[in-house]
Design a protein around this ligand. Structure first.
Ligand SMILES: [Zn+2]
Length: 301
């Protein structure tokens, strides 16, 4: 019997179950059980595992700065800017990894950038979490933690009144557990502990009094630039051993990337984005006005 859903609290209401292989090369022969909450549609990893073991040699830690990543990060900043972020704002990247987004924001002239990542020696200083920020951005983090609602409360504490909270994360609504193997990169087992269905994420934000500014139904890495979109990336992984490690291996050519269908995806793939990942940007309400009674008292003096 699965535990209660940590996203909505519903007890043991399982809509679907599946097992899926890990998409990390070192563990690709292991399968992991996941289940979907019938109430909020979020997807949960069923079993506890020794995560320290799985995070050893985690392929994403091999991400290097480069032209493509910088372009992706500029797109992420554009999303934040359209929602109201400014260059004179203090921005916190919560779960910043090696700090590559921070470096790009600094290059763009964002004055006050800070990063926190418990797993990065350079950014693990908890004093960063004692300050508050105009913008809290957290990309691909909430699905990794044991208690996603507690993390939302942390974001709420870190964000100044009137500030922005941007959460980029997979969307369980777009993941079909009947075809779990085809969604193994979104499910990313055993690392993704709780994949929120975005309606549940939006509801959790609303329950905290946050106003939804924008909801992007695609990742910022799905772009109109040929080859830089999710369907084409997934083809590239399949042309290798279909693990995420392929993206960090030395680039290699494959006839599978130049078939008519692949070339179609290279150019138009963004139009076929599977809707398995997106971003919600919330605004924390401005500082509360003083209660009406105290205004009345002040005016009547
Ligand atoms: Zn639920």
């Amino acid at each position: 019997m699965p535990s209660p859903c940590v996203v909505c609290g519903a007890a043991g209401a399982v809509a679907e179950e599946a097992t899926v292989p890990s998409n990390v090369r070192a563990h690709k022969h292991e399968r992991f059980a996941v289940w979907r909450c019938a109430a909020c549609r979020s997807i949960h990893a069923r079993d506890e595992v020794d995560l320290d073991h799985y995070y050893r040699d985690y392929p994403f830690l091999r991400a290097q700065d480069g032209r493509v990543l910088r372009y992706f990060h500029r797109r992420l900043w554009r999303r934040l800017a359209r929602a109201g972020a400014r260059r004179d704002h203090a921005v916190l990247d919560y779960g910043c990894g090696g700090g590559l987004l921070l470096a790009e924001l600094a290059r763009l002239g964002v004055a006050g950038v800070a990063g926190y990542d418990a797993y990065s020696a350079r950014y693990a200083d908890p004093r960063v979490l004692e300050a508050s920020y105009d913008v809290v951005v957290s990309q691909d983090v909430i699905e990794h933690v044991a208690d996603p609602l507690a993390l939302l409360d942390t974001f709420g504490r870190l964000c100044r009144p009137g500030g922005l909270i941007a959460i980029g994360t997979p969307d369980a609504s777009g993941i079909d557990l009947a075809r779990a193997d085809a969604h193994k990169h979104s499910l990313h087992q055993p690392y993704h502990r709780h994949i929120l269905a975005h309606p549940a994420l939006l509801a959790a934000g609303a329950a905290r009094g946050w106003q939804l500014v924008r909801h992007h139904r695609r990742p910022y890495t799905s772009t109109p630039v040929p080859t830089l979109n999710l369907p084409y990336l997934l083809r590239y992984l399949r042309a290798g051993d279909d693990t995420v490690d392929v993206a960090y291996d030395p680039p290699r050519a494959s006839w599978r990337m130049v078939t008519p269908a692949a070339l179609f995806d290279a150019v138009f793939g963004a139009l076929r984005d599977p809707g398995t990942d997106g971003m919600a940007i919330f605004r924390k309400p401005p500082a509360a006005l003083p209660p009406y009674g105290s205004i009345h008292a002040a005016l009547s003096v």
